[in-house]
Design a binder for this molecule. Structure first.
Ligand code: HEC
Ligand code: HEC
Ligand code: HEC
Ligand code: HEC
Ligand code: HEC
Ligand code: HEC
Ligand code: HEC
Ligand code: HEC
Ligand code: HEC
Ligand code: HEC
Length: 275
């Protein structure tokens, strides 16, 4: 066993040096595969199929002699996150996506790479949504609300907006500048520039919308009327032609949707009241 251990260690060092290249090290895995059947699809078809078992599980020296001793790295144990992550990073640190991993919300929050990535499964090496929502219960509640980005419909993923391995932006959002830049990547037409811009639209889409989901239509944070009256006093709405003269709080403005008359709410090139 001593010999195998040395070979194993050498392999790890070799792989670290060789970056992403897998080496032909079947001999090393024999120590494990004599008992673990790796001809199963989950081992042999996975991207890591030819990687050394010990690069992720550690040497497991005792275990090889007495299987009831579990002295291996257990990728599912949250307490071992740091060790597990270091193993993964020994090969993946050079990936550009990992640039801001150190100190990121997930690294600091002790999430391990394996809380989102499976290894011995094929086709689901990266699990989104389900794994995300198992930890982020508040987001689970939101994405199930009446109005939501089409996440559960499978038309986009959490990672359409988030770089979960770390970003320079707050809340791990993809664009480092500010939230609107993220929204513009898909909703280009909202960028303008408009001759008559509505200031909150340019400042922050999230002053009226939620990113994940709400119970008001169109991802509005509240119903339409409340959304507007957060900033505009509806009681003092100007009089509208053909309405009861002298009335400033007319039936029209009471009952009609603000959007009947201010339909181009994101900005207009013709009218400063966004009609
Ligand atoms: C002598 C046979 C034998 C050898 C050699 C062996 N294992 Fe195991 N291994 C077992 C058995 C049996 C179990 C199930 C043990 C249990 O559940 O108590 C097991 C369980 C495991 C588990 C799951 C542990 C858990 O927490 O559920 C891992 C991971 C593992 N082995 C990795 C390895 C690695 C890596 C090697 C090579 C370094 C290796 N094994 C070598 C027999 C072996
Ligand atoms: C790239 C990292 C990596 C490599 C290489 C790797 N494993 Fe695993 N292994 C994991 C992770 C992560 C888990 C936890 C379950 C999962 O995510 O699929 C695991 C779980 C296991 C288990 C627990 C039972 C199971 O199937 O879920 C056994 C046994 C096991 N590995 C054996 C091996 C053996 C034997 C090798 C070499 C042929 C090996 N592993 C190579 C990362 C790895
Ligand atoms: C021995 C080196 C090595 C180790 C250790 C390793 N990987 Fe990999 N991993 C690779 C290689 C090589 C690929 C093939 C694809 C590539 O080049 O990115 C890969 C692919 C992946 C992919 C799929 C990438 C894609 O393009 O879809 C994920 C996810 C991944 N690894 C996560 C992990 C995690 C999580 C761990 C730790 C449990 C881990 N890896 C440990 C070398 C390694
Ligand atoms: C919070 C969940 C989560 C954690 C934690 C996580 N990943 Fe990922 N990973 C993802 C998702 C989602 C993707 C696919 C979307 C993307 O690339 O951003 C991905 C993609 C990848 C890829 C493929 C990148 C490419 O080049 O396309 C690799 C490799 C990878 N992860 C490795 C790791 C490693 C190593 C760790 C730990 C240091 C880790 N991941 C931690 C969720 C996670
Ligand atoms: C359309 C883009 C978008 C999508 C898709 C998206 N997010 Fe977000 N997420 C954001 C933005 C923007 C913020 C910042 C919100 C703020 O500042 O109030 C955020 C904030 C967060 C936060 C921190 C604040 C909180 O609500 O707890 C978490 C956690 C989060 N998102 C997880 C997820 C998960 C999990 C998914 C997939 C189910 C997801 N997000 C999908 C854009 C998105
Ligand atoms: C193992 C649990 C776990 C899993 C799985 C997980 N996260 Fe997280 N996430 C955390 C922890 C812990 C933090 C840091 C503490 C916090 O801000 O809530 C965090 C933080 C975040 C943040 C930043 C919140 C902020 O306010 O800065 C976002 C965004 C996020 N996660 C998205 C995701 C996405 C998307 C996925 C799936 C690809 C995912 N998470 C999977 C545990 C997890
Ligand atoms: C990755 C692309 C993408 C990004 C980034 C994105 N969205 Fe969306 N958005 C979509 C898709 C797809 C739909 C659904 C369109 C449909 O069903 O026709 C949508 C729908 C919407 C809707 C209408 C919802 C409804 O019920 O009709 C609003 C409002 C919205 N997004 C606002 C935002 C805001 C605000 C941001 C920035 C925080 C953002 N989006 C970022 C892709 C994106
Ligand atoms: C002042 C509040 C407000 C702000 C700020 C705002 N919106 Fe909206 N948005 C609305 C209202 C109200 C609707 C509903 C329009 C309707 O039902 O016809 C809407 C609808 C939408 C829709 C779906 C219908 C359509 O017009 O395509 C998208 C997408 C959208 N907004 C994206 C954005 C983006 C991106 C931003 C930031 C650049 C933003 N919104 C900023 C109020 C706002
Ligand atoms: C976050 C604050 C905020 C919200 C929410 C908001 N607005 Fe505005 N709105 C403003 C600001 C600031 C101006 C510019 C005021 C000015 O120029 O006097 C403005 C201007 C306007 C104008 C043009 C006024 C003029 O004299 O040119 C109209 C019409 C308007 N908003 C309607 C709405 C409607 C309808 C809603 C709800 C969908 C809404 N606003 C939601 C802040 C907001
Ligand atoms: C029946 C059509 C109509 C409806 C409904 C309506 N407005 Fe207006 N609104 C107008 C007209 C017309 C003007 C311009 C009046 C003028 O020229 O002085 C105006 C002006 C405004 C202004 C600019 C105020 C100012 O002092 O110049 C704001 C802000 C505004 N509306 C917000 C709203 C909000 C919020 C709602 C929903 C609660 C709403 N409007 C509903 C027709 C309407």
């Amino acid at each position: 066993m001593g010999m195998l251990r040395i070979v194993g260690l050498t392999m790890v060092l070799f792989l670290m040096g060789a970056g992403m290249a897998f080496a032909a090290e079947a001999a090393n895995n024999d120590a494990c595969t004599s008992c673990h059947d790796v001809t199963e699809a989950k081992y042999s078809k996975n991207m890591h199929a030819t990687a050394s078992c010990v690069s992720c599980h550690g040497e497991a020296t005792e275990h090889q002699q007495d299987p009831s001793v579990l002295d291996m790295i257990d990728p599912n144990d949250p307490k071992q996150a740091e060790t597990v992550n270091a193993g993964c990073m020994s090969c993946h640190a050079a990936n550009q996506k990992m640039m801001f991993w150190e100190g990121s919300a997930h690294e600091a929050g002790d999430a391990s790479c394996t809380s989102c990535h499976n290894i011995h499964t094929v086709g689901t090496e990266t699990v989104e949504m389900d794994s995300c929502l198992s930890c982020h219960k508040d987001v689970r509640r939101d994405v199930n609300k009446f109005s939501h980005h089409p996440l559960k419909e499978g038309k986009m993923e959490c990672s359409s907006c988030h770089d979960v391995h770390g970003t320079l932006a707050p809340a791990l959002i993809k664009d480092a500048d500010f939230t609107n830049e993220l929204c513009y990547t898909c909703h280009t037409e909202k960028r303008g520039p408009y001759r008559f811009a509505h200031p909150p639209v340019e400042e922050n889409c999230l002053s009226c919308h939620s990113a994940h989901g709400t119970n008001s239509p169109r991802l509005l944070t509240e119903n339409l009327r409340n959304t507007c009256s957060n900033c505009h006093s509806y009681e003092h709405h100007p009089q509208i032609v053909n309405e009861d003269p002298g009335s400033r709080n007319t039936a029209m403005t009471r009952q009609a949707s603000c959007l009947n008359c201010h339909g181009n709410i994101h900005g207009s090139n013709t009218d400063h009241h966004f009609r």
